[in-house]
Structure formats: C-alpha cells, structure tokens
Write a protein that binds this ligand. Structure first.
Ligand code: SAH
Length: 233
C-alpha cells in the first residue's frame, strides 16, 4: 500500500486544514484537492525511501536524525514526511525553516492538530543560522529544499548546515540547465551527486537530486545573500 493510502485519514485532515487556512492566508496557489494531493503530498513522499535509506545507514540510532526543510513555506515537503516519520515511530526531528514567520503558522496548526511533536518551526534566513559561530552549523543529517532558488544558490545555503556525510535533497524540475551551472558550487562546497531520482508529478518530469557533503565547509560560506545571488558560485 502506498504511504498516502496508509495514512489517508491523516492526509484528508491535513487537506481540510490547508483549505481553511489557504482561504485567508495564501500559502500556495495550489488549491484543488487533486492538485494538493499530487503536487504537495505525493511529491514530498517521493523523498521517503531516500530518507529511510539514509536513516538506516546512520551508525547510532539513539541520537535523533535531524532534517531541515530550507524555505519550507506552507510546509512542503516537510509536513507529509514528518507525518509518516511520526506514525512509523522513527527517531527523526524536523526543522521547518522559513524567513517569513507568518508562513510557519500553518505548520504550527498541523503540528498541534495531528500531534506532530517531531516538528520545530524557525523563522530565520538560512544564511544567518549557518554562519561559522552558529549552533546550527554542520549539525543536520539532511537538508531538503523545494522551489526556493537556483541550484548553485541553495547548495551554498545548505552546505554549512550539513554535517560531514550529511545529505542534501533538492527537488527539481528536469530540463533545466541548473545542474551544469552548479558544477563549480558542487566542487567548492565539497558536494558529490550520489543519485538522481527521476519521477513524474502531475505530468511534469521531476528529479530529486541527492548530494552528499564530503568535507567541512570553508568558514567563508555562506556569504551574504546579496553576494550569494550576484556572485553565485
Ligand atoms: N518549499 C515550499 C515553499 C517554496 S516558496 C514549497 O515548495 O511549496 C520559497 C520559500 O523560501 C518562501 O517561503 C521564502 O520565504 C523562503 N526563503 C527564500 N529564501 C530563504 C532563505 N534564504 N532562508 C529561509 N527561507 C527562505
């Protein structure tokens, strides 16, 4: 049985809350039920097998596996993944990061109504919490990122948050030139592309790019966002 069917009651409940919330604070242009299930729920769940296999490779199972969703917006891909992790009793802690505090309100509601105490929300910019003196630097086992910025930009935001051997999962649409443009960033930030998981979502060809961080991130990264953007690696 698919994960969506296994936890269908929970997903129906998330959809109901999403609909109610989206009608007064616009968290997403995706509204129709079928679209929400496909473009938010199923799309997020594409990462599940990869998360499970990274979790299984972890040496110690006592420490929680820490996942950060960078630019989570209304909580995607984070919410469906945190739901499954909670219901499957896995020791995973999720951080929902977004620079806009009001976007995190919906995640707070979901957390409360579905009892997802494995989620923490944080209103901050990724580059601010990734600086060299930050307690969040190089602590995450995995960083997820969907629809935030071009690949070379999000690689610079994600790298300093990941521990060595940690994984970065970028949700991308195929057919873009992004991977070729990110060659330099991948090298400088000591990433290695481990896997390209291709799938189709609502008729679109998509891919989950799975990177592993293979060495410590140089203290000069992340730079100020203005530089990250104007002088992208
Ligand atoms: N991941 C969600 C939202 C994408 S919209 C989805 O796929 O549906 C992009 C989000 O990234 C916005 O909510 C924006 O506030 C956030 N964002 C952009 N740059 C950011 C940064 N540097 N740090 C944290 N959040 C950021």
């Amino acid at each position: 049985m698919s994960l969506l069917n296994k936890y269908l009651d929970d997903f129906e409940k998330i959809y109901e809350l999403y609909q109610g919330f989206n009608s007064y604070i616009n968290i997403s242009a995706i509204r129709e039920k079928e679209e929400v299930f496909e473009k938010h729920f199923l799309d997020a769940l594409e990462a599940w097998d990869l998360i499970e296999s990274c979790l299984n490779q972890q040496e110690s199972t006592e420490k929680p596996f820490k996942i950060l969703d960078l630019g989570t917006g209304g909580g995607f891909p984070l919410i469906p993944l945190a739901l499954v992790a909670k219901r499957e009793n896995l020791n995973i802690r999720f951080t929902a990061l977004d620079s806009v505090a009001k976007k995190l309100k919906f995640i707070e509601i979901i957390k409360e109504k579905l009892g997802l105490d494995n989620i923490e929300t944080q209103a901050a910019r990724a580059e601010d919490i990734a600086r060299i003196d930050s307690p969040q630097r190089e602590v995450y086992d995995m960083v997820l990122c969907r629809s935030v910025a071009y690949l070379n930009i999000i690689l610079e935001l994600a790298a300093p948050l990941l521990r060595i051997k940690g994984n970065f999962l970028a949700f991308k649409q195929l057919g873009e030139n992004e991977f070729a443009d990110a060659k330099n960033a991948i090298e400088i930030l000591k990433f290695k592309l481990m896997q390209e998981h291709k799938y189709s979502c609502s008729g679109l060809d998509k891919a989950l790019l799975v990177f592993e961080k293979q060495g410590r991130t140089d203290a000069k990264y992340p730079r100020l966002y203005s530089q990250i953007k104007s002088k992208a690696l």
